[in-house]
Structures are given as structure tokens and as C-alpha cells.
Design a protein around this ligand. Sequence first.
Ligand code: GRG
Length: 296
Amino acid sequence: MSDFKDQLAKCASKVDAVLDRLLREQNEDPEARLMEAMRYATLSGGKRIRPFMVVAGSGLFNVAESSALRVAAAIEMVHSYSLVHDDLPAMDDDDMRRGRPTCHMEFDEATAILAGDALLTGAFEVLADDETHADATVRSELVLSLAHAAGAAGMVGGQMLDLLAEENSLKMAEITRLQRMKTGELIGFSCEAGAILGKAPQTSRHALHAYAHDLGLAFQITDDLLDVEGDASEVGKAVGKDADAGKETFVSLMGVERAHGQAQMLADQAAQHLEIFDERAKPLIELAQFVVKRRA
Ligand code: GRG
């Protein structure tokens, strides 16, 4: 696992270098505060799991590293925007994220909203730029797929369901749908982006789609477990939030022990979908184990 953590860290530092270039500071401009907040939200640690999915998935199809890193950076911008908005008082109202004050605590609410907005739109600017891929059809497919994953049928729709869940007690099938949308769709896009960049055949895409489906659920069950069993200083954010809000989660419905078993089963099953790629899938297979064993 330590070899894998080294690989994850190496990938993270390459993605951070791209983000650092994309989110250039404009020290002299009056709007510089906006970019400062965008950089604060994005270049603030984080495991960089989604970027790793893009880079490892791209490795299956001989995609140029520079293309993969730009798509990885775009996804991390969308992910960071979602965290900034999720932490706002109108949503989860959190003070700590990644072990430090949330964006609206460090800046202010209006700046945090704008920083999130600009990160989201900026991500699409990155994908649409011909530096990301020479073929306009590929760029258009990336834009369409990320828009689908991030919008009303994906992450934002899932967040709406999550807010409504505070008033309604959800059953397992409803929680699964909510989480598929809220976190699963972006994970799905992250896993399939390499196949889009590499114009991979449908069989490869289906395998990655199935991997992402199981991994997304394993990721979310582990996230719910960390909320119950984790330590706030280790996790980097408040824990016990779901129980305090009276929300049903995978863990509240299954119990801690079954949830651990289910997460591990899904991680193993995710790996099996990648058998068609042989040894080349090793980074994605190790990622699945990392996702269920992580402590943050
Ligand atoms: C507000 C539009 C909008 C959407 C919010 C994804 C989301 C929807 C909110 C995030 C809240 C949350 C804690 C969801 C659980 C799963 C999740 C996305 C955890 C954080 O992702 P990690 O563990 O975080 O990859 P790091 O910090 O490592 O990047």
C-alpha cells in the first residue's frame, strides 16, 4: 500500500502543478480575491482520488500525459467547487475541510459562492481548450459527459435529494440512487475520461463504467463509516454529522460491520471488471483497495 500511496502522491503533485498554472494569481487586479479563494479551495490538499482515476484510466489507452492531467485538473476544480458550496451555511454549514477553515470561513460567504461558480465554469473552459485534445469531437464528448455528471441528473441533483433527506427517512434503494448521483457520477466520469481521450472501444468503456459503479458505492459507504468511526483531526472535517442531522445512511441501515463487508466486497468486485486490461489495470485495482482502507 505504501508504493500505491507514493504513486498517488506523485500524481497529486503533477495535477497540482497544472492547477497552479491554470489558476494564475492576478496580484494587481481588483478581483484578485476571487482567484485567491479559488486557489485556497483547490490547492489545499485532498487525496486527489479523481485525478488519479483519470491518469490511471488514460494509461490504459496510451493517452498523452498532458491531456490526462488537464482533464484531471478540470475534475478537481469541479470537485473543489462542490465542497466549497456543500460547506456553506445554506447547505452543510461546515467550518473545517481538509484540516483547515472552509472557504467561506477563511474569506466570506459571497466570495465562497463566487469561487465555486468560477471553478465550475473554469473546468469547462479547460476541457474545451484545444490544449486538452486536438480533436474537437473528443473535447465535446468530455464537456457533455462532465456536464451530465455534475448537473441536475448527477451531482447537483444528488445534493438536492440529500437536502430533502433531512426531512424524509430514505430506504436503501433511495440512498443508493442519491449517492450514485451525488458522488457516483463524478467518479464515473473520472474513470471513463481516459477512454474518451483515447477513443477506446465500447467494451473498454463498459468495463470502466462497471468498475466506477462499484467503486463509487464502496467510496460512499467508506465515507459514511468515517463519519461514524473516524476522528475529526484525522478525517480533516467534522464527524458524526449524519447522525446529528437524523439522516439515514448506508451505515445506519446496514450497521457498521455489514457496511465494512459490503465496501470490501464492492472494491473486490470493482477490480474484477478490469480483468480485460491485465497488468495495466494494477493502479486502478490498488486504488479500489485504498478507497476502502483509507482513514480520511
Ligand atoms: C453543493 C453542488 C453541490 C454539490 C455537493 C459532492 C457533494 C455534492 C458534496 C460533498 C459532501 C460530501 C462530504 C460528500 C461525501 C463524499 C465526498 C464527495 C467526499 C469528499 O471527497 P474526497 O474524500 O475529498 O475525495 P478530498 O478532500 O480528498 O478531495
